[in-house]
Design a binder for this molecule. Structure first.
Ligand code: BF8
Ligand code: SF4
Length: 670
C-alpha cells in the first residue's frame, strides 16, 4: 500500500525556510488557502505545520497494533507475525486491530447519534412549546417522515404529529423491546433487512449498540476479530440510524433543502462587514445565529460596519449553505486559515471537528472564539451555554460578541484572499426527484436508471468525508471527482468533500462543460431542458453535511426499488478520498454493510492485521456485497470505482436482456 510519508520535516520545522518547504510540498489544492499560508501566516503555526512536526509518526499506531485498553499497556505488536507477538494479556494483532476499528466506529456513531438525539429533542421541545424560537418549517416533510416510520398523520395538527415523531425517534435511543430500530428498518430494503437479521447485526437500542461494542472490546472480553468486527458493524448501523434521525429532524425544523445559489471559499469574507463564522455541525445554533444577525444589523451599522456577514465552516456551514444560501468559507483543513485572514470577528462553534488550536490562533487576532456546547469547550475561549429555550437571546449575545470584537480589529492584519467561486447546493434526494420528475412525472427515478442501463451514465458516486493532513487538502476529492465526471458518473457530495468540490467550482453548471463526459453532459442537459432549474444544474450535486450521507442511501434505495433489485446490485459507489474522523470510519462501514464499494483514500490503522484488512476488502464483499477499496492514489482509486460501477452495470444489462427475452421480471437473486 503506498502511503504519503515525509520523514525529514520534523527537523526542518523550526528553520527559517520551513514555510517555503511546506508550501513546496503543495499541502493544499485550495487556492485561497494556499494564498493565506503564503501571505498571511506571520509565522503562525497551523495544522499543516503540526502535521509535519509529528513526522515520523509511530508505525505501531499507523498500523493499529498499539493497545492501551488496560493500564498494563501500551502493548505493541511486532510486525514479525501475528502469532509470535502478543500483548501482555495475550492479545494478538488481529484482536487489537479489530478492537481499535470497532471503537473508532463507536466514536463515529456516538457523534452522529448525539447530534440526532439533540435534533429530536429540539423537535419535541417545539411540539411542547418549550422552544419558542423554532418551528416546524416543513410540515410536508413531517408528514412524509411520519408515514415512513409508521405513524398515521391523519387529523393531527403539526404540533401533535411533531410530538409523536420526535418521541418515536427518541424511542430508538432508549427502548428495550428488542425490535429493529425504527429509523433503520423504515429506510432499508427488504433484502438488507433479511441480510442484517441473518448476520445478527440489527441494533435494537441505539445507546445500547454503542455501549455493547465498548464492552465487547475492553480488556479480557472478545478476542475473536470477526466477532468484534460484526459488533462494529452493528454499531455502524446504529450510526446510520442516528444520522437519519438527524437529517429528518433538521428537514422538519429548518426545511428540506432545495437548489440554492451562493459562493464558497475564504474570499467570501468581506472587510467592510462584521464577519461571523459558524462552525461545527448542529443547525439549531447556526440557524439562530443567522436570525440574530438579521435582527442586530442596526447595531453593526452603528459600530461602523456595513452589516453582518455570516459564513459557514465545515458541516454546519453546509447546513446553512444548502438551506439558506449562506456562503461557505472553509472546510475542515482551512478552518484555521479563516481566522488568519484577520477578518473573522467571531467564530462560534458547537460540536465536532473544530480544532483546539483555534483559541491559540484567535489570540493572535481580535477574533472572539465562542464555544456553545456543554461537552465541547476550549480552555479560555468564551463559553455561552446554548439551549433551545432561550435560543434567540443567546444567539444575540454571541453576535454581540462579534460586534464588540469588530471594534478591536487590527486593519494591518487583514488579508483576505480574493478566491471564491459560485456554488450551488441544496440537492436533497427530494429535490433531485422533482428534477427527474420534470422528464418522467410517473416514474422519476426511471430517468436515472434508464440512463445507466443505456450506458449514458456509468452510475452514481457519493463523495463523503473529510480533509486529512496526511494528503494535500482537497486534492484527492478533486482528482477523483474529475476522473469520475469524465467517465460519466453522476456525482453527489456531502460534508467536507462537498466543501472541497464547492470551493473549487465543481458544484456549478460551468464545471459540467469543463469536466463532464459526453454521457453525463447529455443526461444533465436533458433534465435541465425539462426542469428549467433557476440556477442550472451543477456537475456535483451538493447534498449537505456529513449526517446527510443518508440522503445518498435513500437515493440508492430509490434506484434499487425502480429496478426491483437489492442494493448490492445497484451501480452506486462511495468515496472518501480524505477520510479523517471516526465518523468517516463508521459511515464507510455502514455503506459497506448496505452493499456498496467504498473507496478510502487515507489508510485507517488496520494494516497491522492481514485478517482484518481482508475482512474489510474481501469477506465483507462475500457477506454484504460491499467492501472497502483502500487506495491512497486518488486516480487509481477512481479507476477502481469506475470498474466497480461497470461491473454492476454489465451484470444488470445481462439480466435485463434475459428479462426482456423471456418476458419476466428482472432477476434479483444474482
Ligand atoms: O461531519 S466531513 S472533517 S466536518 S467528520 Fe468533520 Fe469529516 Fe468534515 Fe462534518 Ni464529517
Ligand atoms: Fe496490553 Fe492486553 Fe492491556 Fe491491551 S488489553 S494494553 S494488549 S495487556
Amino acid at each position: 500500500m503506498p502511503r504519503f510519508r515525509e520523514t525529514k520535516v520534523g527537523e526542518i520545522l523550526n528553520q527559517a525556510v520551513a514555510r517555503k518547504k511546506i508550501l513546496d510540498k503543495v499541502r493544499t489544492a485550495d487556492a485561497a488557502g494556499k494564498w493565506v499560508l503564503e501571505n498571511a501566516s506571520d509565522g503562525i503555526i497551523t495544522s499543516y505545520d503540526r502535521y509535519l512536526a509529528q513526522q515520523p509518526q509511530c508505525s505501531f499506531g499507523l498500523t493499529g497494533v498499539c493497545c492501551r485498553n488496560c493500564v498494563q499497556g501500551p502493548c505493541r505488536i511486532m510486525p514479525t507475525g501475528e502469532a509470535k507477538s502478543r500483548g501482555i494479556c495475550g492479545a494478538t494483532a488481529y484482536t487489537i486491530v479489530a478492537r481499535g476499528l470497532a471503537r473508532g466506529i463507536a466514536g463515529g456513531a456516538s457523534s452522529h447519534s448525539d447530534h440526532g438525539r439533540h435534533m429530536a429533542k429540539t423537535l419535541l421541545e417545539v411540539a411542547e412549546g418549550r422552544a419558542p424560537d423554532y418551528k416546524v418549517s416543513d410540515p410536508a416533510k413531517l408528514r412524509r417522515v411520519a408515514l415512513k416510520v409508521g405513524i398515521n398523520p391523519e387529523g393531527k395538527s403539526d404540533r401533535e404529529l411533531a410530538k409523536e415523531v420526535a418521541l418515536k425517534a427518541l424511542n430508538d435511543y432508549y427502548r428495550f423491546d428488542e425490535k429493529p430500530l425504527t429509523w433503520l428498518d423504515s429506510y432499508i430494503t427488504p433484502g438488507r433487512r433479511a441480510k442484517f437479521k441473518h448476520t445478527n447485526i440489527i441494533p435494537t437500542n441505539l445507546m445500547q449498540a454503542i455501549t455493547e461494542v465498548i464492552s465487547q472490546t475492553v480488556m479480557g472480553m472478545d478476542a475473536d476479530p470477526v466477532n468484534i468486527i460484526f459488533g462494529g458493524l452493528k454499531t455502524a448501523l446504529a450510526d446510520f440510524t442516528g444520522m437519519h434521525v438527524a437529517t429528518d429532524m433538521s428537514d422538519i425544523l429548518f426545511g428540506t433543502p432545495e437548489p440554492v445559489a451562493t459562493e464558497a471559499n475564504l474570499g467570501v469574507l468581506e472587510e467592510e462587514y462584521i464577519n461571523v463564522a459558524t462552525h461545527g455541525h448542529n443547525p439549531t445554533l447556526s440557524d439562530m445565529i443567522v436570525e440574530a444577525a438579521l435582527q442586530l444589523e442596526p447595531e453593526a451599522i452603528k459600530a461602523g460596519a456595513k452589516g453582518i456577514k455570516i459564513v459557514g465552516v465545515c458541516c454546519t456551514g453546509n447546513e446553512l449553505l444548502m438551506r439558506k444560501g449562506i456562503p461557505l468559507a472553509a472546510n475542515q483543513a482551512s478552518q484555521e486559515l479563516a481566522i488568519m485572514t484577520g477578518a473573522v470577528d467571531a467564530m462560534v462553534v458547537d460540536v465536532q471537528c473544530f480544532l483546539p488550536s483555534l483559541k491559540v490562533l484567535s489570540d493572535n487576532y481580535h477574533t472572539r472564539l465562542v464555544t456553545t456546547a456543554i461537552n465541547a469547550k476550549i480552555p479560555t475561549a468564551t463559553h455561552i451555554d446554548f439551549n433551545e429555550e432561550e435560543a434567540l437571546e443567546l444567539a444575540k449575545d454571541i453576535v454581540r460578541q462579534a460586534i464588540e470584537a469588530y471594534k478591536r480589529r487590527n486593519k494591518d492584519k487583514i488579508r483576505i484572499p480574493k478566491e471564491k467561486t459560485k456554488a450551488l447546493a441544496g440537492f436533497s434526494t427530494e429535490a433531485i426527484e422533482s428534477l427527474l420528475a420534470a422528464v418522467n412525472p410517473e416514474q422519476p427515478w426511471k430517468v436515472l436508471t434508464d440512463a445507466i442501463e443505456s450506458g449514458e451514465l456509468a452510475g452514481v458516486a457519493l463523495f463523503a468525508g473529510c480533509n486529512n493532513q496526511k494528503v494535500a487538502q482537497d486534492e484527492g476529492h478533486l482528482t477523483v471527482a474529475k476522473y469520475l465526471a469524465k467517465n460519466n458518473v453522476l456525482l453527489l457530495a456531502t460534508g467536507c468533500a462537498a466543501g472541497a468540490l464547492a470551493k473549487a467550482g465543481l458544484t456549478t453548471p460551468g464545471a459540467v462543460e469543463a469536466y463532464a463526459g459526453d454521457g453525463l453532459k447529455s443526461f444533465l442537459k436533458r433534465i435541465e431542458e425539462a426542469a428549467k432549474p433557476q440556477y442550472g444544474l451543477p456537475l456535483v450535486f451538493h447534498q449537505g453535511s456529513c449526517v446527510d450521507n443518508v440522503r445518498g442511501l435513500d437515493l440508492a434505495v430509490k434506484m434499487a426499488e425502480t429496478w426491483g433489485i437489492d442494493l448490492p446490485r445497484v451501480p452506486f459507489v462511495v468515496t472518501a478520498p480524505e477520510d479523517m474522523h471516526e465518523k468517516a470510519l463508521s459511515i464507510g462501514s455502514w455503506f459497506v454493510t448496505m452493499g456498496f464499494p467504498v473507496h478510502v483514500g487515507v489508510m485507517p490503522p488496520i494494516e497491522g492485521s492481514e485478517l482484518v484488512y481482508s475482512v474489510g476488502t474481501q469477506i465483507a464483499y462475500d457477506v454484504f456485497g460491499g467492501s472497502f477499496i483502500f487506495d491512497t492514489d486518488p486516480e487509481s482509486g477512481a479507476k477502481k470505482l469506475v470498474d466497480a460501477l461497470d461491473y454492476r452495470t454489465w451484470k444488470l444489462r445481462i439480466h435485463r436482456a434475459a428479462a426482456e427475452k423471456y418476458n419476466t421480471a428482472l432477476a434479483s437473486g444474482y
